[in-house]
Design a protein around this ligand. Structure first.
Ligand SMILES: Cc1cc2nc3c(=O)[nH]c(=O)nc-3n(C[C@H](O)[C@H](O)[C@H](O)COP(=O)(O)OP(=O)(O)OC[C@H]3O[C@@H](n4cnc5c(N)ncnc54)[C@H](O)[C@@H]3O)c2cc1C
Length: 426
């Protein structure tokens, strides 16, 4: 392997480059990025927009110059990839120049999905993904003229944006087509509990409403949900994301929602790898391909791709779908399949609420409200289980769980041993 082309320089691209160098690769590494910013952390954008983080804080690996120097990279900034010609082995940029490669990583992440509604106003409608998105919204909030905001999408991103408006003293409506909060991560019972708390903080919630139009009027925007419409000075779309893969053609790798990868991040094209939010790796619970959309997953996939490029016996089996989020002074943690049907376990203790579903003897879903400390232990335990390791929770992990509010009954239940008293069953 003489040279590596990394397309997109976010979490996945950075980890691949860093790992190639730390594993001793001495060839050329070309970075093709559509921005001139260093790799940024999209999950910190709402903190910047809300003045809780400085601009520098968005870039966890430092400046582009220092990264390029220390990892001996050749960055091509403001150089969006227009085409990846896997037959001729060329990266073609939007400005028409092309670069030959022998090995490539596709790590172009995802962009915010903007629904195809006609005549979407150009002004006062925002999204949240990039540092620039955060800057634009922060500047708008600084003006102090947003009195009424509508956030479309009751997702992890949507709730963080709603929190921004709430903290800024605006009246905010958070709306979603789904029937409850966090429809992809929280079971309705937990979603409803959280919704009650969010409403108590002053955010208005509207469920079961689908966005049909956003209209400009002399009095401001009208956000239309079928028969109903809401006034707004600012609207944020947080409906979901789509992988950035427009540059792939018929010479490129197989794609479902993202580029299909195996456990070594190999695609269907030899020498072409993919990682992060633009790839479709494995959900270890279902065993199926899935675009994962998580920061740590992007990092592991980038490192794995580097190892595979170098011919090392690396393998990343996938991840357990999870959401861990802190908002409006509460924590929500969701692991596993939100649609799972089976035996329900509910555990309430002073500080928190745990809701779990056991399906065919395996933990299929855990939702936790207000106890982030135990989340790491439960996640690693569930991940091990789905990977076929049936060892009980380790003594150290047991201590963490016990110290943080669970009791032996619940722990045993999580381990699938016999249930004793103290639990409420649905
Ligand atoms: C508001 C928000 C909150 C989040 N919260 C969490 C959370 O709590 N926990 C969690 O685990 N994850 C969270 N995420 C998701 C997490 O940020 C992503 O999973 C992660 O950043 C993916 O990294 P990536 O490298 O795949 O993609 P990205 O970070 O998107 O990087 C891809 C890079 O490629 C560039 N690019 C795109 N197209 C091209 C092109 N054609 N040519 C060249 N360059 C291109 C992009 O501009 C970008 O710089 C959150 C995301 C958002 C937006």
């Amino acid at each position: 392997m003489k040279n590596v082309a990394i397309l997109g320089f976010g979490c996945a691209g950075y980890h691949c480059a860093m790992s190639l160098r730390s594993e001793g690769f001495s060839g050329d590494i070309h970075i093709f990025s559509d921005t001139d910013l260093p790799p940024y952390n999209p999950m910190l954008t709402t903190y910047y927009a809300g003045r809780r983080l400085p601009w520098k804080g968005l870039f966890p690996f430092g400046s582009l110059n220092s990264i390029a120097r220390s990892l001996r990279l050749t960055p091509h900034t403001n150089s969006a990839v227009k085409r990846l010609d896997c037959k001729e082995r060329l990266v073609v940029l939007e400005n028409g120049t092309s670069f030959p490669f022998d090995t490539a990583l596709i790590s172009t992440g995802a962009r915010v999905f903007v629904p195809p509604i006609p005549d979407l106003p150009e002004k006062n409608v925002y999204v949240m993904r990039t540092p620039n998105d955060a800057k634009v919204l922060r500047e708008r909030l600084d003006k102090g003229d947003v009195k009424r905001a509508v956030v479309v999408g009751a997702s992890m991103v949507g709730i963080k944006v709603a929190e921004l408006f709430q903290r800024a003293g605006c009246h905010c409506v958070l709306a979603d087509l789904a029937p409850s909060l966090f429809p992809l991560a929280a079971v309705p019972e937990v979603g409803e509990e959280l919704a009650g708390r969010v409403e108590a903080k002053g955010v208005e919630l509207k469920f079961g409403v689908g966005l049909s139009a956003i209209r400009e009027t002399p009095q401001g925007l009208r956000v239309v949900f079928g028969e109903e419409s809401l006034p707004a000075d600012a609207v944020v779309l947080a409906i979901g994301t789509r992988p950035n893969l427009d540059f792939l053609d018929e010479t490129g790798p197989q794609v479902d929602r993202g580029v299909l990868v195996n456990e070594r991040m190999e695609t269907s094209v030899p020498g072409v790898y993919a990682a992060g939010d633009c790839s479709s790796g494995y959900d270890i619970q279902s065993g199926r391909h899935q675009v994962i959309g998580l920061w740590a997953n992007a990092g592991y996939q980038g490192v794995t791709a580097a190892g595979a490029m170098l011919g090392h016996p690396v393998s990343y089996p996938g991840t357990l779908l999870h959401n861990i989020t802190h908002f409006m002074d509460m924590d929500f943690i969701g692991f596993g399949d939100v649609k799972a049907q089976g035996e329900i376990i509910r555990w309430r203790n002073e500080g928190f609420f745990l809701y779990a579903v056991r399906r065919e003897g395996k933990l299929a879903l855990v939702n936790i409200v207000d106890n982030h400390i135990i989340s790491g232990v439960i996640k690693s335990f569930m991940s091990r289980k789905f990977l076929g390791n049936c060892e009980p929770i380790s003594p150290m992990q047991r201590v963490i769980l016990l110290r943080n509010g669970l009791n032996e009954d619940v722990i045993r239940l999580l381990e699938n041993t016999e249930l004793e008293g103290g639990l409420i069953h649905g």
